[in-house]
Write a protein that binds this ligand. Structure first.
Ligand code: SAM
Ligand code: SF4
Length: 326
């Protein structure tokens, strides 16, 4: 079991398969982003070696992210190997959905169970503005393909002031009246070069709930207001779906954090919003044996920071979001 010094059992690994992406969302990365050379990224066999080590340390759930995880070559095969790794019970993915049209079925057949698909607005023009060139109809094709493949679906929307904080919220929340989906609104978090833009555009959960309730009626707490993963859930009257809020900025959930992150370049990132990382790639390439790697991982997890310090103006500057994966 991997435990940190605050007694938290860390058993959920989020793996960034690549720092590359087929979009450039304004809240995620600069338009002229440069990507790492492929040789600096974990190769398939290196990644799988680490996955087996993490599974042996008690990790049970993996979420694949990016950049955009579906642009990684061999993504289906990696999912197959991860789903088959002894100890791993669940493999999920966070994706912009653009390539799901052709990948949803093979991914589901390989053992993927759930997809969180990012869709920040249903309006084609505003979607293009937020993603710099994306077509919202391509995301819809991905959502339909994921449904047809039998994948569990959640929809994610990052809310950015003056981009999608108006009728977009109502349109997205309204989907839960007709579909059994969870639509989650995410407070924008600050990273690296994009931090000034992000801090200026953050919209709080409180404001989001008020706007949705004004448009669609009261939001009733689900599960007595307890967190479902990182989201606080609500429901509109008569809705089959739920509305979630992920409010890392105004209502952090650090006390219940059970995550560690593996970046595409092989760093163990211990908190999304703190710079602290442990290099796994170098020892792996320098010939460390399994015991040595296990020790580096458990020692890193022991020193996992308690949580973020955004309130004290501590902002992680060493990476932007697309290099960590959320
Ligand atoms: N490309 C995939 C996608 O967009 O779903 C996976 C990687 S993306 C970095 C993971 C999640 O982080 C997405 O839901 C995205 O909307 C969200 N995200 C990106 N930048 C963010 C930010 N600054 N604050 C909060 N969430 C952010
Ligand atoms: Fe790409 Fe996802 Fe970042 Fe958008 S949020 S630029 S889709 S990694």
């Amino acid at each position: 079991m991997a435990i940190d010094r605050f007694g938290r059992n860390i058993n959920y690994l989020r793996i960034s398969l690549t720092d590359r992406c087929n979009l450039r969302c304004v809240y995620c990365m600069p338009e002229d982003m440069t990507f790492r050379p492929r040789a600096e990224l974990l190769q398939d066999d290196e990644m799988m070696r680490l996955v087996h080590l993490f599974a042996g340390l008690g990790f049970r759930k993996i979420r694949l992210t990016g950049g955009e995880p579906t642009v990684r070559a061999n993504v289906v095969d990696l999912v197959r190997q991860m789903a088959a790794a002894p100890g791993i019970e669940k493999v999920a993915m966070t994706t912009n959905g653009l390539l799901l049209d052709r990948l949803a079925r093979p991914l589901a057949e390989a053992g993927l169970q759930r997809v969180n698909i990012s869709i920040d607005t249903l309006d084609p023009d505003r979607f293009k503005k937020l993603t710099r060139w994306g077509r919202v109809e391509d995301v819809w094709a991905g959502i339909r393909a994921a449904e047809a493949a039998g994948l569990e679906i959640k929809l994610n929307a990052v809310v950015v002031r003056n981009y999608n904080d108006g009728e977009d919220l109502i349109d997205l929340a309204r989907l839960t009246l007709h579909q059994p989906w969870q639509v989650r609104f995410i407070e924008m978090m600050p990273f690296g070069d994009v931090a000034d833009f992000q801090l200026a555009g953050v919209v709080s959960e409180e404001e989001l709930r008020a706007k949705i309730a004004a448009g669609l009626g009261p939001l009733r707490p689900v599960n007595d207001g307890q967190l479902d993963g990182e989201a606080r859930l609500y429901q509109l009257d008569g809705a089959p779906g739920t509305i979630g809020f992920i409010s890392s900025v105004t209502q952090p959930f650090c006390a219940s954090c059970n995550r560690a992150r593996l970046t595409a370049d092989g760093r163990l990132r211990l908190c999304l919003l703190r710079e602290k990382e442990v290099d796994l790639l170098s020892p792996l390439r320098d010939g460390a044996d399994d015991d040595e790697l296990r020790h580096i991982i458990t020692d890193g997890i022991w020193w996992k920071p308690w949580g973020h310090q955004l309130a004290q103006d501590v902002i992680p500057l060493n990476r932007v979001m697309s290099e960590i994966g959320g």
